[in-house]
Write a protein that binds this ligand. Structure first.
Ligand SMILES: [Cu+2]
Length: 160
């Protein structure tokens, strides 16, 4: 529970875009929020940068257990001042990455954010994010509902 001190900053970040219920939502347990979006986050891990000060990458599997398609609009990471959903693509023969738009996950589908593909980039990491610890990721879907999941923090050289 070493991320408690960042709860205030976290609420500010997630309150962008009509998430007026964030204050109350923070007290709901993650399972209840997962049910409201239909999304289920599994295998989430944040890979710390090899060089301190660089952004971290977050990988996970995202399943839509509901019966409706869901569009994920944004991600936030507790302990990071900013986070973006990135995709990796080839540009002029080189692999590059950039911010992606909303990601639609069809009912029943699972998509993977994984090395070499989609990932969440976490910027301005708080020093309290250390390998072996845990942080939290919140995904906001179209309509403003959120799902929050625990994220294991791993060192740069560890298995991803
Ligand atoms: Cu990236």
């Amino acid at each position: 529970m070493n991320f408690k001190p960042f709860a205030a900053a976290f609420l500010v970040i997630t309150s962008f875009g009509a998430v007026a219920c964030s204050d109350g939502g923070a007290e709901n347990d993650a399972a209840a929020e997962a049910n409201s979006t239909g999304l289920e986050v599994a295998n989430a891990r944040l890979v710390l940068p090899a060089v301190s000060g660089n952004p971290a990458a977050v990988y996970f599997d995202l399943g839509n257990k509901g019966d409706r398609n869901v569009a994920v609009r944004s991600a936030s990471i507790e302990g990071a001042s900013n986070a973006q959903m990135h995709d990796t693509m080839e540009w002029s023969g080189e692999m590059t990455m950039g911010e992606m738009g909303p990601l639609t996950i069809e009912a029943g589908d699972t998509v993977s954010f994984e090395p070499g593909g989609m990932h969440v980039m976490a910027f301005d990491l708080d020093p309290s994010l250390e390998a072996g610890g845990t942080t939290a990721m919140t995904l906001t879907v179209a309509g403003g509902k959120t799902v929050t999941a625990d994220v294991a923090i791993v060192a740069a050289g560890d298995d991803r």
